[in-house]
Design a protein around this ligand. Structure first.
Ligand code: ANZ
Ligand code: ZN
Length: 825
């Protein structure tokens, strides 16, 4: 049967033609191509529905831009390092390299089956020495630029993965801190670790968010909170301890309420603070307490603490204050030390009660002139008027803050950030070796540039870090003194790989630099980046950091990598996230790969979650069959006329209107609406043909328009229709359709609709209109979308009759509708 659409055959054929004609390869001479990028997949073995949705979105957009005449860069690669490969290698008696390469082969085949239009000539794989040598090279540039630290630090340790985790890789589950990958409760350890000092860029990373207008507000807010910028005051206390050792020191605290300083009755430092370490050396009790806290999860710490033999001098009164080491003081916040103000801070208050420390009130709430009603047992955390504060008495909080900072050198304005330096060390095999050797005489030394890459040795099965067991690889000589030295056995966090991969796509073969600076200056930023919302901090923050660091190294002019960011929602199946690990991925074979992509695009706005339902998938399949049959019938049966009739003009206008509408929807990433528009035009054309013999040119243009408009979402079908109707050329290389008719007439009508809608918005709650009335309301197609928009903004109760009156009055298309009433349903 000729009119049956054999999706498998059609897919295979057009994929062959695209490859033969090399249609997706971007010419490297392109001046400023549109860079469309989906987050490259982790090589876990198989694509899940989230990937498919992600890549269907970028592919549709890339194809649309190409038809609009843009040069398009739409590359793909593999995020191929990481612990799962190592674990899989263990379980399956293979090695991470073979396992990863097998995953890549399978996943690439899956992507090809879907017919995504990638420039495969730019494929990159992060676990290959050609790629990771540049991680090492960049590490060395960063090192020389002062962006790398090597420090002993208490780190999050996953006992199951036997590795260190960055803060952002620790998740909170029912109050317990667990590993992001295996969900094992995370412990703590002290190790020498490598860090990228991302905190050097804290301010710029924070400030820059305001200008990232192409990014979702939600993602920007998550980054803001993560960076955690806070303005306050830094206060310096002098501290002395142990007469024998004759120790003196200063301890800075960070406070948002310096005006409470006269109420400070003790000083407390975190167990990780330098002073705590120093005191622990001479005081076993302090040492024991520090060790205990280190083993504890934050919620176990409570308000325990230990008094030390140190004393702090209050910088204003000269009083001696006791000094505590206390677990509630967080190492990572502010300066890791606080002045304890139990009268005005909840946590300090709880600590003071537990340790029998004085509680002093130095702020009186507004309008509270008598002391009698105040409950001394409760801290007052608000602002007010100062008392018991010497020359600052009776000033209000704000004025006092300003004066105090002006008057005393010990107080200065300060900004702190929650953001910590990026711990990149991983005690694992399957990652980029950190290009350092450790020499007894010279300390850590960089591997000379001409010896890069430091390649991974052969994989051996051991517990812990296989690199530690690779003796032959590990023993080397010091590049500085020539003496014996050991290689660093830590590898880099895989987020290093993904922090700059978008740059490698520009010149993937380049042998003497990670990327071509001139090209990067021309081609960046990435115009549109699509991926999962879970990357709002880690990946997307590191990427921004790398870009700024590269700019400061003179390797790049841009300081932000991504102009527009879109996150895609989740595909649900029976309410659960659809994923291969849950075993609920619906294989696309049933209706063909293209049905899957057409379905995921037409089911919902890209940012929304939606439910995978067999019925709706069937709908996407049927649409393909219908369009195919329309084209086949037309080509085979003809039966058109040449003379013009009245209602042809209406159809012409509907075609134009659909072009304009679909264009707008593609521009705004509303593929689901584009699909509805296309469907409605198809319906109209079917009625047109059923009503009378259609005008040959009008009908043909209608069908060709459908082929072109659907091609970005369903490219195989697009080619098939295009080929049937025209007999030559590829739709992937065709121009985007232009309205043929009088644009101004269309625009006038649109304006009228817009204007009436403004009125409508004022008087009615569209959501409250019941279904039949709404259908009437939206009799012109335009109305339906406008109405849907209004539903979103639903106003309180409105007068339904009035709105329908308004709508009728404005319905300029009514006349047309009468003419063609017989075929417009
Ligand atoms: C003295 C003070 C008096 C404070 C007062 C507050 C109220 P929020 O809560 O966001 O304002 N702080 C500073 N560093 C800390 C650390 N490492 N661990 C635990 N707490 C720390 O946070 C700012 C306040 O948190 C700071 O201001 C400090 O206590 C505390 F009536 O200083 B405040
Ligand atoms: Zn040496």
């Amino acid at each position: 049967m000729t009119s049956h659409y054999d999706h498998a055959q059609v897919q295979e054929f057009w994929q062959y033609v695209w490859e033969r004609d090399d249609v997706y390869t971007l010419d490297s001479d392109a001046e400023d191509p549109t860079y469309v990028l989906g987050m490259f997949p982790y090589t876990s073995g198989t694509l899940h529905m989230g990937h498919i949705r992600n890549y269907a979105i970028t592919d549709a957009y890339a194809r649309y831009r190409r038809m609009q005449g843009d040069d398009v860069l739409h590359p793909m690669g593999w995020d191929a390092f990481g612990l799962p490969a190592e674990n899989a290698a263990f379980e399956r008696k293979t090695d991470p390299e073979s396992w990863t390469q097998a995953c890549i082969r399978r996943m690439r085949e899956e992507l090809e089956t879907m017919g995504f239009g990638y420039d495969w000539s730019r494929e990159i794989t992060t676990c290959e020495p050609d790629y990771y040598r540049w991680n090492q090279w960049l590490f060395e540039q960063f090192y020389e630029d002062g962006l790398v630290d090597y420090e002993a630090a208490t780190v999050n340790w996953c006992p199951d993965c036997e590795t260190v985790l960055a803060d952002a890789q620790v998740e909170e589950r029912d109050g317990t801190r667990v590993c992001w990958r295996c969900e094992t409760p995370v412990g703590r350890r002290e190790l020498d670790q490598w860090f990228f000092t991302i905190t050097d860029y804290a301010e710029e990373l924070y400030e820059g968010l305001d200008e990232l207008e192409g990014w979702p507000d939600g993602v920007r807010e998550i980054q803001r909170n993560w960076i955690g910028r806070q303005e306050g005051t830094r206060i310096t206390f002098e501290v002395s301890y142990d007469a024998d050792r004759d120790g003196t020191d200063t301890v800075d605290v960070f406070s948002t309420r310096p005006e409470t300083i006269y109420g400070a009755t003790y000083l407390a430092v975190s167990p990780g603070h330098d002073l705590a370490r120093t005191l622990a050396e001479a005081d076993d009790e302090v040492a024991d307490y520090v060790d205990t806290v280190r083993e504890q999860a934050p919620d176990e710490v409570g308000f325990a603490g230990i008094e030390t033999d140190a004393t702090a001098i209050h910088p204003l009164t000269g009083d001696e204050l006791p000094v505590y080491v206390a677990g509630y003081v967080l190492e990572d916040v502010g300066t890791g030390a606080v002045m304890g103000v139990p009268g005005h801070n909840e946590r300090d208050h709880a600590f003071a009660l537990a340790h029998d420390l004085p509680i002093e009130r130095v702020i009186v709430p507004e309008g509270d002139s008598t002391d009698s009603e105040r409950d001394e047992m409760e801290p007052y955390t608000g602002e007010g008027t100062l008392e018991g504060s010497g020359e600052y008495d009776s000033l209000d909080s704000e004025t006092a803050r300003e004066r105090l900072v002006e008057d005393h050198d010990a107080l200065s304005e300060d900004v702190t950030y929650r953001l910590r330096d990026w711990l990149i060390s991983r005690q694992r095999y399957w990652g980029t070796p950190i290009p350092v050797v450790h020499c007894d005489d010279c300390g850590p030394v960089l591997v000379p540039e001409d010896e890069l890459p430091v390649e991974l040795p052969e994989f051996v099965r051991t517990t812990g870090n296989p690199l530690d067991a690779a003796e032959e690889w590990k023993q080397t000589t010091c590049p500085e003194c020539g003496g014996p030295a050991e290689r660093e056995t830590d590898t880099m966090d895989t987020f290093v790989d993904s922090s700059w991969y978008f740059l490698r796509f520009l010149s993937p073969e380049l042998a003497d630099a990670p990327f071509d600076t001139d090209r990067a200056n021309d081609w960046l930023p990435v115009d549109i980046y699509v991926g999962g919302e879970e990357h709002a901090i880690l990946h997307l923050l590191y990427t921004r950091f790398f870009t700024k660091a590269l700019a400061d190294l003179g390797l790049l002019e841009h300081r932000e990598p991504i102009a527009e960011l879109r996150s895609q929602g989740t595909v649900l199946y029976d309410g659960e996230k659809m994923s291969s690990s849950k075993g609920n991925v619906v294989a696309p074979e049933e209706y063909g790969a293209e049905t899957t992509r057409l379905f995921v695009l037409s089911a919902a706005h890209p940012e929304q979650d939606f439910e995978w339902t067999a019925n709706n998938v069937r709908g996407a399949y049927d649409l393909q069959q219908t369009l195919y049959r329309m084209a086949t019938d037309f080509v085979e049966e003809g039966d058109t006329r040449v003379e013009r009739r009245d209602h042809d003009a209406y159809v012409d206008r509907e075609i134009d209107r659909t072009i304009a509408a679909v264009t707008e929807e593609y521009e705004r990433f509303r593929f689901h609406r584009a699909a509805t528009e296309i469907q409605e035009l198809a319906r109209l054309l079917r009625r047109y043909r059923a009503y009378d013999r259609p005008h040959d040119e009008v009908y043909r243009r209608g069908l060709l328009t459908l082929a072109a408009l659907i091609a970005p979402m369903a490219p195989h079908l697009g080619e098939e229709l295009w080929n049937k109707l025209r007999g030559d050329g590829l739709v992937v290389e065709a121009d985007w359709p232009e309205p043929a008719g009088d644009r101004s007439a269309y625009q006038l009508e649109r304006q009228l609709v817009e204007r009436t809608l403004e009125d409508v918005r004022d008087i009615v709650d569209v959501a409250a209109i019941d279904e039949p009335e709404r259908i009437e309301l939206v009799c012109a197609r335009e109305w339906k979308y406008r109405a849907a928009e209004l539903v979103d903004e639903a106003a309180p109760d409105g007068d339904t009759d009035a709105i329908i009156e308004q709508v009728r009055a404005a319905d300029d298309v009514a006349a047309d509708r009468e003419t063609v009433g017989a075929f417009v349903g």
